[in-house]
Design a protein around this ligand. Structure first.
Ligand code: 13P
Length: 338
């Protein structure tokens, strides 16, 4: 592996004012999204929708450093025959690929999940490298409930993340390591802090044990937020302060960038939280976004599967990308949303 290549890619992923578009919904997840707008999910409709996003020149060129793709998409061509990866590269953005096999029930641990996909990963990474992937993503799911997460869940998931990351770097692909502490539940923000700390501490111990080169790695975590069903919801400033406090204690300075997932936050909350953290500033790593829903909800609702709506949907995507780009620089204001 070339450390220099990995560093260069990782730095480009968190270039000033840029973040990542997570467009790697599995076939099952994109069907759910399309169901919500009454559009049938077919290979062609998925292609049309994603092509529309990747052809949003204003968003892609100025604000999106990279796009996470699903296996189907990295092989797909636009309606005019151009590979979708080429559209992304032409806009000055990097194609990336989701390589995990999804979170499955963790045997012996009701209510907990472990992410699969290590078998054959070396060969798949080599193929994806040939298809143009510069970075990859692997998402672990950590649920909070009474007595959860278990030590077994944290160990199994962080071990898999570290094995994945080492294989990526061997293939000269930058690993996005994503330990997602799920926000669903009635837990407090303090409990989210505790679990996020435990997950990150174990993750970096595992990454060290597997000889992962941190300078060539990007972290994709949840923010420290209140459980969705908790009676008291932490405000924007509290989320920003607790998240930064947690990360300063748990994330080594060698990590070049942290790109948050949106995890079910509203579009504006995801932007406001990122902005508030960057306004606090004085951070050892870049702090940006790798949003799926918080970038796509607005264009999806505007598109509705109708070619006549493409320009408006692209404008909606460009707006969210611009707002999050400003947030990544601590330069957003709620008044800009109007
Ligand atoms: P959300 O921003 O919708 O959480 O998706 C990001 C992602 O890639 C989850 O793995």
């Amino acid at each position: 592996m070339s450390k220099k290549t990995l560093e260069t890619i990782a730095e480009a992923m968190v270039a000033d004012g840029k973040g990542i578009l997570a467009a790697d919904e599995s076939t099952g997840t994109i069907k759910k999204r399309f169901d919500s707008i009454n559009v049938e999910s077919t290979e062609e409709s998925r292609r049309d929708y994603r092509e529309m996003l990747f052809r949003t020149e204003e968003a892609m060129r100025a604000h999106i450093s990279g796009v996470i793709l699903f296996d189907e998409t990295i092989r797909q061509k636009a309606a005019d025959g151009t590979p979708l990866t080429q559209l992304i590269a032409d806009a000055g953005s990097l194609p990336g690929i989701k390589v995990d096999g999804g979170a499955k029930d963790l045997a012996g641990h009701a209510g907990e999940m472990v992410t699969e996909g290590l078998d054959g990963l070396r060969e798949r990474l080599s193929e994806y490298h040939g298809l143009g992937a510069k970075f990859a993503k692997w998402r672990a799911v950590i649920n909070i409930a009474d007595g959860l997460p278990s030590a077994a869940c944290l160990t199994a998931n962080t071990h898999a993340l570290a094995r994945y990351a080492a294989l990526c770097q061997e293939a000269e692909i930058v690993p996005i390591v994503e330990p997602e502490v799920i926000m669903d539940g009635s837990h407090s923000v303090e409990r989210c802090y505790e679990v996020t700390s435990a997950a990150l501490t174990q993750l970096f111990a595992q990454l060290a044990e597997q000889n992962v080169y941190l300078e060539g790695t990007i972290l994709k975590p949840n923010m420290v937020v209140s459980g969705t069903d908790h009676a008291e919801q932490a405000g924007v400033q509290q989320v920003a302060e607790m998240t930064l406090d947690c990360f300063k204690k748990c994330v080594p300075e060698a990590v070049p960038g942290i790109v948050f997932l949106s995890g079910g936050q509203s579009d504006e909350d995801a932007t406001a939280h990122l902005d508030a953290m960057n306004k606090i500033g004085a951070l050892p790593w870049k702090l940006s976004f790798s949003y799926g829903r918080a970038l796509q909800a607005a264009p999806l609702k505007t598109w509705l599967g109708d070619a006549d709506n493409v320009a408006d949907a692209q404008a909606a995507f460009a707006h969210r990308a611009r707002m999050n780009s400003l947030a990544a620089q601590g330069a957003w204001d709620a008044a800009m949303e109007g």
